[in-house]
Write a protein that binds this ligand. Structure first.
Ligand SMILES: Cc1cc2nc3c(=O)[nH]c(=O)nc-3n(C[C@H](O)[C@H](O)[C@H](O)COP(=O)(O)OP(=O)(O)OC[C@H]3O[C@@H](n4cnc5c(N)ncnc54)[C@H](O)[C@@H]3O)c2cc1C
Length: 392
């Protein structure tokens, strides 16, 4: 393995430009958010051509074909030079692993290498105005038009749809079948007149998600994933890939080195005794409790990743990690606000530092973690029924 480490180190030294190390312009994916610095695009393509944006995927589909141990080394070496890597996105974390399991050979060859290169950005068209937790209530319709499928309907909360090139979506193909049947899983090119995206503007001014409308949109017949009317199984599996990422279970994920932010926040806002302890005993105890919870969760995630020698995304157990992580994140954000007092409510006036304003937004977005990918209540239902086997 030492040889491999040296090979990686040499390669990175030659190919990773200074512009891609440390903080800087984000490395984006897809066609709709071009990067200003051409060196970053070149870096994304170099890394993608080597298969190291998706190191564990098979080489024939644009991956690196690395073992878990080799990937660990790659992540350590990327971390050592603080390389910014275009590894995120729903292509890599959701539709890619789903196609590896359920896609036809043609689908894998057409779609996976574009994801690996970062050339195509994907979004997720699941939720509808009348179908969120009860996802199987979805009404967007897809009909067979001979050479193509035709899609009509509306999705909502489509994260990043305004920057996406393709959307993976669940549609109703048999309105007379039972609710969970008659649903199909289809891949749709968003660059066509039948697809309209309307960003939803939030109070913060950002538009992280959109409404997505299909008006006689078309999809290729060979972009149906799995069988017609059997898309629910594929769609559920994709959610496990999504939750596995949210719960920190994804094989080969880079473990971030984290500072003890709570202790630092408490020291700044509550103060410390001459001996260096947080001066308020109750706050001190809570800092210790949350720090231990965070640490225990991280080592449990690490153990679960290491025990998963196959590298496959776990099944229903992903819900346990998703639920715990989202709840802990939310509770810590609440507590941080208590530590900061009124300085924790900064929005835009002069009396707040940039970090304080950032912290307010962090508090608000900590709520989102308990909703996307299935709400906390839905995760509890899955754990009760599918993990613990409790009666329906
Ligand atoms: C930041 C963010 C990003 C998102 N991105 C996407 C995306 O990219 N693509 C996409 O398709 N969707 C996306 N969503 C939508 C998300 O999946 C839904 O919001 C979520 O599934 C909940 O659906 P809903 O909003 O319709 O709430 P509802 O389903 O109406 O739920 C309302 C409340 O009722 C509770 N509830 C509902 N049913 C039950 C039950 N059976 N038992 C107990 N409690 C229940 C819920 O827990 C919740 O508290 C995103 C959401 C957020 C917040």
């Amino acid at each position: 393995m030492q040889d491999f480490r040296e090979e990686v180190r040499d390669w990175l030294e030659t190919h990773c430009p200074p512009a891609a190390r440390g903080r800087g312009e984000p490395i984006t994916i897809g066609t709709k958010r071009p990067m200003k610095d051409p060196a970053l695009l070149a870096w994304r393509h170099e890394l993608g051509s080597r298969g190291w944006t998706v190191p564990l995927w098979p080489k024939e589909y644009g991956g690196g074909g690395l073992s878990a141990e080799q990937n660990q080394i790659l992540q350590e070496e990327l971390g050592a030079i603080k390389a910014r890597v275009p590894i995120g996105g729903m292509g890599v974390s959701m539709i890619g692993p789903t196609l590896l399991e359920y896609g036809t050979e043609d689908q894998k060859l057409r779609h996976l290498p574009c994801i690996a290169m970062g050339d195509i950005a994907w979004c997720q068209g699941y939720s509808e105005p009348g179908a969120g937790s009860d996802l199987a209530a979805l009404q967007t319709k897809m009909i067979d038009k001979g050479d193509v499928f035709q899609i009509n309907g509306q999705k909502i909360w489509t994260s990043g749809a305004n920057f996406a090139d393709w959307i993976f979506t669940l549609v109703r193909t048999d309105p007379n079948a039972a609710k969970h049947e008659g649903i199909s899983f289809i891949l749709i090119d968003m660059n066509q007149p039948g697809v309209t995206v309307k960003p939803i503007k939030l109070i913060s001014g950002n538009s992280p998600f959109c409404e997505t409308f299909f008006d006689d949109a078309v999809a290729r017949k060979d972009d149906l994933v799995g069988q017609l009317n059997r898309g629910w199984t594929v769609g559920k599996r994709l959610l496990q890939h999504e939750r596995s990422g949210q719960g920190g279970l994804r094989a080969g994920a880079r473990q971030a080195v984290r500072r003890n932010m709570l202790a630092e926040t408490a020291a700044s806002y509550v103060g410390v005794t001459p001996a260096g302890r947080i001066s308020d005993a109750v706050m001190r105890d809570t800092v210790v409790r949350f720090t231990m919870d965070q640490h225990s969760f991280r080592i449990t995630q690490k153990r679960a990743r290491e025990e998963n020698t196959s590298g496959a995304t776990p099944g229903e157990a992903t819900s346990i990690f998703k639920l715990y992580g989202a709840t802990l994140g939310r509770d810590i954000a609440d507590f941080k606000l208590q530590l900061m007092g009124s300085q924790g409510y900064g929005w835009q006036s002069d009396g707040f530092t940039e970090d304080e304003i950032e912290s307010t937004r962090g508090f608000l977005s900590s709520r989102a973690m308990t909703i996307y990918g299935g709400t906390n209540e839905i995760q509890m239902n899955i754990i009760a029924k599918r993990v613990l086997g409790l009666p329906d």
